[in-house]
Design a protein. Structure first.
Length: 324
């Protein structure tokens, strides 16, 4: 749950994920936190460099979890406690195979209130792209899964508001998407922390305007930018065209998240149809050329057969009849 300079109202974040980041000195200071609430093997693995969140790996009854709590300096600030509670309440409403599950919220000793989430065994989409491990087939699969997750959220009037490759996990087992980090998420049921939010390069342009309001179509814009990253990494021009549709500056012209999988399929069907038409046209041209050659050949033979004989039977031209 990053926000620049620790201000929950800022709209532009850095590019780090809420789950994966560089372990720094502050993480090391939290590594030996006391164990409470039945959790064991409690170890910090990420501290927001500018925001108010820190993350821990923990186990309970042999099951692995991720705990998200406030940094010590923010632990008793009402604004940030409300922000953490809002993230928990929104996350708890979401039950989708492509969304990281929020399981509960507890006071965990010295950590204070902590959101308990499933631990995703995988890497971020950002890491996958940077390693050159993303293929066209996987990119299409991921785009469809992301669109499905967003459509599910939007049906509940929930907006993620921070969709970017660093907030998308790819599982090692099955290579499936898990959408993470709902620190900036918003819903119609909340009347607090309504400031526009997002990350530079992925936030919809209208969200930077004065008096901007949260809108599900801002998530579609961010989805378009993520798809654009995947299209660039894989050279997929058809995905790039759908990404451009999602990232239109005209809000009303953007498709719904639920329409994106159909647009991807239609794009591929149109490409296959175009290729089939080209092949059919080439075959038709070849058939016409063959027919013309055949007709021309037959015409020459017929012309030769129908030409009148000159009456000359002599082989030696000196023996031809006079006047010929």
């Amino acid at each position: 749950m990053d926000s620049v300079n620790g201000n929950i109202g800022e709209c532009v974040q850095d590019g780090t994920s809420g789950y994966v980041g560089r372990i720094d000195d502050e993480v090391g200071a939290q590594a030996d936190a006391a164990v409470h609430g039945g959790f064991t093997s409690l170890r910090g693995f990420y501290v927001s460099p500018h925001g108010h969140a820190r993350l821990f790996h923990a186990s309970r009854y042999g099951k692995a979890y991720v705990l998200k709590c406030l940094k010590a300096d923010y632990l008793y600030v009402p604004l940030y406690r409300r922000a953490l509670a809002k993230e928990f309440e929104i996350g708890l409403q979401l039950d989708h195979p492509c969304i990281c599950r929020t399981l509960g919220m507890e006071d965990v000793g010295e950590l204070g209130p902590a959101v308990i989430m499933e631990r995703v065994d995988g890497c971020t989409l950002n890491d996958m792209i940077s390693r050159g491990a993303l293929t066209k087939a996987l990119a299409v699969k991921f785009a469809g899964q992301l669109a499905g997750a967003l459509a599910y959220m939007h049906s509940k009037q929930i907006m993620h508001r921070d969709l970017k490759p660093a907030n998308i996990m790819v599982t090692h087992n099955g290579l499936n998407i898990k959408l993470i980090d709902f620190s900036l998420a918003d819903a119609d049921t909340f009347a607090v922390l309504k400031q526009p939010a997002g990350s530079s390069g992925y936030i919809a342009p209208e969200q930077l305007l004065p008096s901007a309001k949260a809108d599900v179509r801002a998530d579609v814009y961010s989805l378009g930018m993520v798809m654009g990253d995947m299209a660039k990494a894989t050279g997929d021009k058809r995905m790039a065209s759908v990404a451009a549709m999602c990232a239109r500056r005209d809000v009303a012209a953007r498709p719904r998240a639920a329409d994106v999988p159909a647009l991807l399929r239609r794009s591929r069907m149109q490409w296959r149809l175009f290729v089939a038409l080209c092949i059919a046209a080439a075959l038709a041209c070849a058939c016409v050329a063959c027919a013309l050659l055949y007709r021309n050949g037959n015409g020459l033979e017929a012309q030769a057969e129908s030409s009148p004989a000159d009456g000359n039977t002599a082989v030696d031209y000196t023996e031809w009849p006079a006047g010929r």
